[in-house]
Design a protein around this ligand. Sequence first.
Ligand code: IMP
Ligand code: MG
Length: 177
Amino acid sequence: MPIPREKFKILYSRERIAAEVKRLGQEITRDYQQRDILLVGVLKGSFLFIADLIREIESPTMIDFVRLASYGSQTQSSGIIEFRKELEMPIRDRDVIIVEDIVDSGYTLECLYNKLLLQEPRSLKICSLIDKRGRREVEIEADYVGMTMDEGFIIGYGLDYDEHYRNLPDIYTVEDF
Ligand code: IMP
Ligand code: MG
């Protein structure tokens, strides 16, 4: 069921998002110098973020995707993570950055991080557009963070509610959630 638009309140404008993505790209470019990077996007939520981020990175960069889904309600993760699509590229001895839309409880990232670590990348970092600090249940921190928020449910710029609203160019909070 779509949510009535009156309940949307703008949280991050497209201009703010673009500025933070640019900063993240610059930080990554600086940290990796001219080393080859492999970005691993977590589908579906990160598809717009990774598309913008990769264009702000000036190091040689390749891209691959995994698709994860966590069971639970539409707004809360259960901690049970299902892999629906695996990596296609080998990551052994490569400099890998996981690209996520948002870290909430942290279950999804922890699960992915530990799984990729077993494949022995040269380095493994995490870049998340948003860090929802107030809701963390496992100890995991992103190395690169765009924006930090405390709690609340957000949509837009790749983030969905029941698969809706991923196409909105700005990010909104949804009231009464
Ligand atoms: P976690 O496992 O609880 O950290 O949840 C991470 C995943 O839940 C993210 O990759 C998102 O797909 C989804 N998610 C968490 N918070 C939000 C939100 O506020 N809006 C939309 N999706 C969210
Ligand atoms: Mg989602």
